[in-house]
Write a protein that binds this ligand. Structure first.
Ligand SMILES: Nc1nc2c(ncn2[C@@H]2O[C@H](COP(=O)(O)OP(=O)(O)O)[C@@H](O)[C@H]2O)c(=O)[nH]1
Ligand SMILES: [Mg+2]
Ligand SMILES: [Zn+2]
Length: 288
């Protein structure tokens, strides 16, 4: 039995890479009974029957998985946000970062469209909030940040970020020949079809990236309000000072996180994002 990673799924066939070679396989019938569906990114054990045909016998335990786009074992989540058009939005950025944390994906911030406007103050403000918390890169399509090439190495990457920030453009620039649609209209047409659409991992900078348009909507359906605070790693340095061990950093007295916000050590925008997501999760729970 061989072990490899599914790097492409198409019409019931799974293309598994093993020691630099690609094998065309299908899933064993038993998976239908267990309702398991192999996903791109899965590590599988498979056997080869002949040159063109093989069978997946086992899907190894996943670190994480997404349904839109359908990819498993994501190491790194590229979170894109544009400087302008659409306007840089701290809250939206923080949502994606927390989402990555919640799903055991390492977030990397990619700020796009630095060619629009020349607001040094704004750029410094953004750096102040995120540097030291997450890797952060600034780039524009005509001037791709060289450091970007190094972030993919040995990792399975997926792109995320709201519509219009330049995800498709970025991926097309990084992976010549990919030719993803970049017009907004194509995004609208693709919506809802991601589950049937084929997904392929393409090589970039010694790693892989899913060749999907990236995802732009998220829900915090798999995390509860008590755990969302752990999705803000910059809070950790201050939560040791909280009087209560289970402090939610909201209404409790003697809260290290709130003090850090008041003294300006912790960005208010980060704390506000936390409150908003906490509230959103709390509201959701009440409905059920
Ligand atoms: N000025 C500028 N415009 C960009 C840049 N990257 C993308 N765009 C434009 O932003 C719009 C949205 O880009 P697209 O890649 O489709 O965004 P997506 O929805 O995140 O995939 C398109 O009109 C692009 O031409 C950039 O670096 N600078
Ligand atoms: Mg797109
Ligand atoms: Zn606290």
């Amino acid at each position: 039995m061989l072990k490899g990673r599914i790097i492409k799924a198409l019409s019931g066939f799974y293309y598994v890479e093993h020691e630099g070679k690609l094998y065309e396989t299908r899933a064993r019938g038993k998976f239908r009974k267990t309702h398991e569906t192999p996903l791109v990114g899965d590590i599988v054990s498979f056997q080869i029957e002949n040159e063109t045909g093989g069978y997946i016998n086992e899907i190894h335990a996943r670190k994480n998985s997404l349904m839109r786009p359908p990819v498993a074992n994501i190491d790194q989540l590229l979170v894109t946000m544009s400087m302008k058009s659409p306007e840089f939005n701290y809250y939206l950025l923080d949502r994606f970062l927390a989402y990555g944390e919640a799903h055991d994906m390492e977030p990397v911030i990619v700020v796009t469209k630095t060619d629009l406007g020349n607001d040094v103050g704004k750029l410094e403000e953004i750096k102040n909030v995120y540097e030291g918390v997450y890797p952060i890169h600034f780039t524009d399509r005509n001037n791709i940040n060289e450091n970007l090439n190094d972030i993919f190495k040995d990792k399975l990457n997926v792109l995320s970020g709201q519509s219009g920030v330049g995800k498709s453009t970025l991926l097309n620039t990084l992976v010549p020949g990919l030719e993803l649609h970049t017009a907004e209209i194509s995004n609208a047409l693709n919506r809802g079809k991601h589950t049937t659409r084929h997904v392929e991992l393409v090589e970039v900078g010694g790693g892989f990236i899913a060749d999907t348009p990236g995802f732009s909507t998220i829900e915090f359906s798999e995390i509860d309000k008590y755990n969302i605070k752990y999705c803000f790693p910059d809070f950790n340095a201050y939560s040791d000072d909280c009087k209560f061990r289970e402090c939610s950093h909201i209404n409790e007295p003697k809260c290290g996180v709130k003090s850090a916000v008041e003294s300006g050590q912790l960005a208010k925008s980060r704390y506000d994002s936390y409150l908003a997501i906490h509230q959103e999760i709390d509201n959701r729970k009440e409905r059920y």
